[in-house]
Design a protein around this ligand. Structure first.
Ligand SMILES: Nc1nc2c(ncn2[C@@H]2O[C@H](COP(=O)(O)OP(=O)(O)OP(=O)(O)O)[C@@H](O)[C@H]2O)c(=O)[nH]1
Ligand SMILES: [Mg+2]
Length: 408
């Protein structure tokens, strides 16, 4: 079984550009409009992380991705994404669309919190003069709404649950209770430690303890990255400087989702050459562009690429996967000399796996039988044998040798 697909949730206040970000990442056709609550039902799609492909390091002329794609040595590896309805302050008390729709994000491994860094929408998401509202406040409000979401789920029938624990291991019971939120045992252990509740039995937790636990468990199981969106609008410049100063605990990535969407669509239409995440694009043939399109591209060049180095969308996805989820990339192959699968495809698979994954765990991801009958693995770069407990490095190219494989 290939590794479980990771899911990035796109969340935030209403009308800040979540669906634009999602569309830019996935090229899915979704509704985008400059008014609150355009999105009601969640959108699900596939985005990509961008990494230097192992075929470049190995001196191969190309690769043959079974999923995703490779462009000029950049490998784009799929990652699931979900765009949901927007929040407003007080959502947990039922304001706006409430926050129950966040339940769609229970399976998320990380969240990209899109905020309006230009301050061009009021707290209810209504369009306003850019610069009129404070994105620092927006980050704090939105995170509070996310915490309230977790708290609501965790605190449901808490007393009854806590009483039922008197003779049980609280870690296992909590993990089971929160498994629907994709909270794993190691998240619980980490959260108990950080909240200082390791030695205090849940039966004795105060309301404050419970709140603190909910807050911390949300942070460890659904970490957030802030996409400071609408970075193309002038007031965003000062705002982002201030966000970086006042929100030191957050990863803040300036983004212009609208710019990324425009560039990707133009590239798809063959009007420009653009590799997602690049600091530049090239016009294929100026004569094919309308004056309007040309002006839009000039705007993107001036206000986004020159100012920020890229549209930031790719960077946000990459950092969510590598910095928040702590993933690495591993390429399983059948032939450790040619770096191919049994059909001769070069580096067909690039797996996103958690840092710390062992050779044997990888074998299980390739095929359960390979995991069960694992003998050893070969690091295809060095041709060295590695044992089952060997912890794989980022960009490892690995052949699994198993008893089952011999029989086949
Ligand atoms: N200037 C600028 N506008 C943007 C950017 N990204 C999105 N927008 C605009 O912001 C408005 C809202 O975009 P959506 O993507 O629909 O926002 P949303 O957060 O999904 O909104 P809801 O689904 O209604 O909560 C649209 O008019 C977009 O064109 C950006 O990077 N720069
Ligand atoms: Mg939307």
């Amino acid at each position: 079984m290939p590794p479980p697909q990771r899911l990035i949730g796109v969340v935030g206040k209403t009308n800040v550009g979540k669906s634009t970000f999602f569309a830019a990442a996935t090229l899915a056709q979704v509704e985008i409009a400059n008014h609150p609550f355009t999105t009601i039902e969640p959108n699900v799609g596939v985005g990509y992380v961008r990494v230097r492909c192992a075929h470049v390091e190995l001196g191969l002329p190309r690769c043959d991705p079974a999923s995703g794609y490779c462009l000029e040595g950049w490998r784009f590896i799929p990652v699931k994404m979900m765009d949901v309805a927007g929040l407003i302050p007080g959502a947990h008390e039922g304001r706006g669309l409430g926050n129950k729709f966040l339940d769609d994000l229970r399976q998320a491994d990380a969240l990209i919190l899109v905020v309006d860094a230009a301050g061009a929408t009021d707290p209810e998401g209504r369009p306003a003069q850019p610069g009129s509202y404070d994105p620092v406040e927006e980050v704090r409000w939105m995170e509070k709404e996310l915490d309230e979401w977790f708290y609501r789920i965790i605190s449901r029938d808490w007393d009854k649950f806590a009483r039922s624990l008197y003779d049980k291991n609280p870690v296992d019971a909590l993990a089971q209770r929160l498994s629907g939120l994709s909270v794993r045992k190691h998240h619980i252990e980490e959260a108990l430690k950080r909240a200082g509740l390791e030695e205090k039995h849940p039966m004795r937790w105060s309301l404050d303890d419970l709140r603190e636990f909910a807050r911390v468990v949300r942070r460890v199981s659904k970490p957030i990255l802030v996409a400071a969106n609408k970075a193309d609008l002038d007031p965003a410049e000062d705002n982002i400087k201030r966000m970086r100063k006042e929100l030191k605990d957050y990863i803040i990535v300036p983004t212009s989702a609208a710019a990324e969407l425009a560039l990707k669509r133009a590239a798809k239409a063959g009007l420009i050459r653009y590799i997602p995440g690049d600091p530049k694009f090239e016009i294929v043939d100026e004569k094919r562009l309308t004056p309007q399109q040309l002006k839009a591209l000039e705007y993107i060049e001036e206000k986004v690429l020159k100012r920020w180095g890229s549209t930031g969308v790719q960077d946000a996805i990459n950092r969510a996967v590598f910095d928040l989820m702590n993933m690495i990339i591993v390429y399983p192959v059948e032939d450790a000399n040619k770096y191919t699968d049994s059909r001769g495809r070069i580096l067909p698979d690039a797996y996103l796996v958690p840092r710390g994954t062992t050779a044997r765990q990888l074998a299980y991801m390739v095929h359960t039988d390979l995991g069960k009958t694992f003998l050893y693995a070969i690091d295809a770069k060095t041709k060295r044998r590695i044992g089952e407990d060997y912890i794989l490095e980022n960009n490892a190219v690995v052949k699994i040798v198993a008893a089952a494989a011999k029989k086949a």
